[in-house]
Ligand binder design. Sequence first.
Ligand SMILES: C[S@@+](CC[C@H](N)C(=O)[O-])C[C@H]1O[C@@H](n2cnc3c(N)ncnc32)[C@H](O)[C@@H]1O
Length: 289
Amino acid sequence: MLSISVKEFLFWKKKQLSKGGDDQSFAVLLDFIGGIPTSHLNALILNPEGRIYLKENLDYLGSIWEDHLLNSTPIQYLCGFTFWRDLELNVTDKVLIPRPETELVIDIVFKIFGKESKKLFFAELGTGSGAISIALALAYPLWKGIATDIDQDALDLAARNYLNSTQQSNLKFYCGHWWQPFESFKGKLDLAISNPPYIPKDIYEKLPKEVKNFEPKIALLGGEDGLMHIREIIKDAPLFLKEKGWLILENHFDQGEKVKQLFIKNSFTLVEIVKDFSGIGRFTIGRYK
Ligand SMILES: C[S@@+](CC[C@H](N)C(=O)[O-])C[C@H]1O[C@@H](n2cnc3c(N)ncnc32)[C@H](O)[C@@H]1O
């Protein structure tokens, strides 16, 4: 650990932020590489005469910040970590950085199932870093979960994140195309969740470079109209869900109505578009019959 005065640290911090970037990304750098959580920092600021202990020196932290600003590399990839709900997850450029707006999916599950202690069986399709499945497996220790991804590197990371988050063993990972690894679980699921790639091709081409140049294309692009994967997931969901099992999908900001119609066409009832905190119809949910 390196020790410097709080005054010197605050001066350096101000200088770094004056070069660009946002407070939230800087907080990720300070926490994961510097070893200073935001809560700790806030307490230190109240005592500018004190000292601060860092895991890495200021030059090293500054060089990572510079890389972030110069090349638009997401700070989470540079640090190898991100926060998501109350989880700390490893991330590499093999997985999408789980987004704050996706966090709401866990609250949707809480709303549907409450804090049930009943044993239920859930699946996540396209787990990436594992964020959604791990949060559910932790919130419901009696539930059993299975999660897929087409990318084995992503799955290895998700499995590592799960091991780092808990000693439970209620979540398993399978590699393959959407429902294909779940052949033996037909008609057995109480709940299926997916945040699939849903960006339409023309929008994908114009994504900001910090997304397009760094995050996996396979995690973002949803074909010509963005609905290619969503269509396939909804079409086959009735084979795998129990009667009255729930399907929850995240979609692009303007896809809610179309996704709702796909649910209805495939025999789902109680179909609803759920808005995120910005008032965007971000999720579509429904019950199979
Ligand atoms: C938008 S990301 C979501 C990742 C994570 N669930 C989250 O919310 O942060 C979509 C994920 O679907 C995976 N994926 C893409 N095509 C797939 C396919 N055909 N079958 C299974 N998974 C796929 C990608 O590798 C990626 O991890």
